[in-house]
Design a protein around this ligand. Sequence first.
Ligand SMILES: [Zn+2]
Length: 138
Amino acid sequence: MPNHTHHTHHSQPAPFVATCPDCEIERSSESATELVAFYRRHHGHTGHDIVVTRADLEFGAALDAADGVAAVVDGLDARYGVDKHDSTESGTAGVPIGIVVAAMSERGFTVGETLEEIADVRMTGALYEPRDDHLAAF
Ligand SMILES: [Zn+2]
């Protein structure tokens, strides 16, 4: 589960793919975080939303399909947090926001919709950002 390695196998498809339905451009990446960066750049230039079309999530299937974004973060954090052998921090390091976006895409949310949901839920205090672009649930 070396999520952070960048030694890619070029014969394999990228685990994460996102597309702009308006422009029909597509971005594939080893990193879900890159899809969020893609959204931010593209949305900033065009106002378009981005749809995640492929997300190879190790833990996605274990989540309840009816979960909202706070429950999704909570569920992912329980799985991501525990297995982080390389983490020297105590407590949760949070779930990469790209992973949350990918998990929510399986529930029919676009990248923009998920980021809006996250912003809304953070206002209620149910989610916080332990570090940049990572989310954790209270
Ligand atoms: Zn576009």
